[in-house]
Design a binder for this molecule. Structure first.
Ligand code: GAR
Length: 208
């Protein structure tokens, strides 16, 4: 059984999708063992509590530096013997030192079809604002491995979602979550936990 840590900053609907997927057996060979939030009072922490999952809050301002912040997170990950780190609405960019310490063991869900609308400054609702401003007719979500480049790691799964006339950023965000994120994130986690993902020349292959 692979032990999964989920890093969050907000509402945690993607965390909820993972919890539901574990319960219904969609996640094979994986157990959500720890939730870490970098925001005090994030509703995601309440979701962890209601489901009996260990949780912790690590605040950058209390740690004093990015390095100390990441050392605190790393200590928790080691203590809980974590195999897979899932960034699910985690709104803090992790350093090269951190990402290099866990090669192909960190995955992130991003609310667009990478390489569109991604990188520094593209997070949460902003991503959907930019997609609507640009006028794209199709957007979606991406699950990818995390490396030192924000949203630059190898793509694991993507799903397209239609943009509709009259969409607001909020409406589009909800559609991208329900039609894409909440499906492809648990699916990617399950593939990882079954050792079905391999990476060759920056391409992720999905095995049987
Ligand atoms: C999700 O849409 C997620 O893809 C996005 O933030 C939202 C978090 O919602 N993440 C990013 O933009 C990361 N670059 P949640 O807390 O309800 O899961």
């Amino acid at each position: 059984m692979k032990r999964i840590a989920v890093l969050v900053s907000g509402g945690g609907t993607n965390l909820q999708a993972l919890i539901d997927a574990e319960k219904s057996g969609i996640i094979v060979n994986g157990k959500i063992s720890l939730v870490i939030s970098n925001v005090k009072g994030a509703y995601a922490l309440e979701r962890a509590r209601m489901n009996g999952i260990a949780s912790a809050v690590v605040l950058k301002k209390d740690c004093g530096s990015q390095e100390a912040f990441e050392q605190n997170i790393t200590a928790l990950l080691r203590e809980h013997e974590i195999d897979l780190i899932v960034l699910a609405g985690f709104m803090s960019i992790l350093s090269e030192e951190f990402t290099k310490a866990f090669p192909h063991r960190i995955i992130n869900v991003h609310p667009s079809l990478i390489p569109s609308f991604c990188g520094k400054g593209f997070y949460g609702l902003h991503v959907h604002e930019k997609a609507l401003e640009y006028g794209v007719k199709v957007t979606g979500a991406t699950v990818h491995f995390v490396n030192e480049i924000p949203d630059g790691g190898e793509i694991i799964l993507q799903k397209a979602v239609e943009v509709k006339e009259g969409d607001t950023p909020e409406i589009l965000q909800k559609r991208v979550m329900t039609e894409a994120e909440w499906n492809i994130l648990p699916e990617a986690v399950s593939l990882f936990c079954q050792d079905r993902l391999t990476v060759e020349n920056n391409i992720v292959h999905i095995g049987e």
